[in-house]
Design a protein around this ligand. Structure first.
Ligand SMILES: Cc1cc2nc3c(=O)[nH]c(=O)nc-3n(C[C@H](O)[C@H](O)[C@H](O)COP(=O)(O)OP(=O)(O)OC[C@H]3O[C@@H](n4cnc5c(N)ncnc54)[C@H](O)[C@@H]3O)c2cc1C
Length: 420
């Protein structure tokens, strides 16, 4: 499909604007550029795209720009280097698990400090692939990404700009915590959302589950194998609707919680979370949970369920199609804009953990590499054809048509063959 459009464009004019993969098809008009002005008040030079050379660069600074240095971005960097693809990685050092003390449930890394994990990976990449993997200065933020005819120009908050054939967004999400004293400090240090990540630290210890009744019952069931000492805090008095919603999901919930599981329900909201120990290891965690009525609760850990938001706003600037708060991707991790891949927590794969971050990056890299290889091939076809035709235009035309009918395979087939 791409081949066809490539050749028909080529036939008509042989202009460098003949497009294969990346949208949009024509240079951006001045008014479109102002709409695409990067957010965060960073100056953007709209005169950059007044010349055709700027729009269709013939040389690229990097094969891929990676935005994000968490597990997803790092995995992309290594995987690209393995097939001799250059990449530049930007990292503002705002990691979702920044506050957590240890990462878990990752083979060979269970109990690892996240900072040590990231540092070890970067050292390994530096040591093994110095010719391919490059890092932007630490804490450099990508502020704008503009699609070109066959790639992208990427702007940062230190005034830098580079070009790349593909972009991988590994920008992550952030958890929106209750705006109440103590929550921000306690997050990842006893207050958490993921049973697999932190739950085991509270085996046979006191746990509070905080949230609306129906979802809190589900969360309580998810940690009941770890501990039976659970109290649900509902955030306020239960309404008829709360109880009906719980009954619809958990028939007989009141009886089962009270008589079988012995999980008390406190119909209060939390006003403050107070750490009662100066010790810092998970085994020592203890909190006093202040309620807006009644005595405070003492607990070792608290499971919460909170909304999330994209860490970066590049998806807005690129107008990527969304699925709720997540960026919509195809199975190959490509977003609604061709050549822009979104990996890790930021996408709508429905999974947010270190494994998914690394796996989704791998998928994106396989597809990006295969599609770049194909585009590079197409780019040399005209020169090869002209040379082979010895300047005979009729012969040249025939050769192009012959080639067009011969080459039927498309990027997706090659990608599948590579196990992407
Ligand atoms: C408290 C807590 C504990 C967790 N524990 C575990 C665990 O034990 N095991 C597990 O598997 N998972 C765990 N997780 C989940 C895990 O942290 C995430 O799934 C994982 O970090 C996602 O990786 P990512 O690379 O997609 O995003 P992140 O790790 O969040 O990285 C995002 C990156 O993008 C960068 N960035 C964003 N915007 C820009 C920009 N404009 N320019 C440049 N850089 C930018 C950030 O600086 C950062 O480098 C935990 C999460 C939390 C909150």
């Amino acid at each position: 499909m791409y081949l066809k459009s490539y050749f028909s464009h080529f036939w008509l004019l042989s202009l460098p604007l003949a497009s294969t993969l990346i949208v949009p098809q024509t240079p951006l008009a001045e008014d479109t550029l102002s709409e695409l002005t990067p957010i965060d008040n960073v100056e953007f030079n709209t005169t950059d795209y007044t010349s055709l050379d700027e729009w269709t660069p013939t040389k690229w600074d990097y094969d891929v720009v990676i935005v994000g240095g968490g597990p997803a971005g790092l995995a992309a960097s290594m995987s690209l280097a393995r097939v001799a693809r250059t990449s530049l990685l930007y990292d503002t050092q705002e990691y979702r698990n920044e506050q957590t003390r240890y990462m878990h449930d990752v083979l060979g890394q269970d109990g690892q400090v996240p900072l040590k994990f990231r540092t070890a990976v970067r050292h390994q990449i530096d040591e093994l692939y110095p010719d391919y993997s490059f890092w932007a200065t630490r804490k450099t933020k990508v502020t704008g990404i503009i699609p070109l005819e066959k790639g992208f120009r990427v702007y940062d908050d230190k005034g830098g700009k580079v070009t790349a054939k593909r972009v991988i967004l590994a920008t992550g999400i952030k958890d929106i915590l209750p705006n109440k004293p103590g929550f921000a400090e306690a997050f990842g240090r006893g207050v958490f959302w993921c049973p697999w990540c932190d739950g085991h630290d509270y085996k046979n210890r006191k746990m509070v589950v905080y949230g609306n009744l129906a979802s809190a019952i589900g969360s309580a069931l998810n940690i009941r194998k770890l501990t039976e000492d659970i109290t649900i805090v509902t955030g306020g008095p239960l309404t008829k609707e709360d109880k009906e919603a719980a009954e619809a999901r958990w028939p007989g919930w009141e009886t089962v919680l009270k008589n079988v599981y012995k999980i008390p329900i406190r119909e209060n909201d939390i006003t403050r979370v107070e750490r009662t120990t100066t010790q810092t290891e998970p085994k020592d965690d203890e909190y006093r949970v202040h309620l807006n009525g009644g005595n405070p609760l003492i607990t070792n850990g608290m499971l919460i369920s909170v909304p999330t938001a994209q860490t970066a706003s590049l998806h807005k600037q690129l107008r990527l199609e969304m699925d709720g708060k997540s960026v919509k991707v195809k199975p190959n991790m490509e977003s609604s804009v061709g050549g822009v891949y979104v990996v890790g927590d930021a996408n709508n794969d429905g999974s947010t953990n270190a494994y998914h971050a690394m796996w989704s990056a791998k998928r994106a890299v396989v597809n990006a590499h295969v599609s770049m290889s194909k585009q590079e091939y197409l780019d040399v076809v005209p020169t090869a054809m002209v040379a082979a035709a010895g300047g005979d235009e009729g012969m040249y035309r025939l050769q192009i048509e012959h080639l067009e009918s011969q080459i039927g395979d498309d990027v997706e087939q090659m990608y599948k063959a590579l196990g992407g």
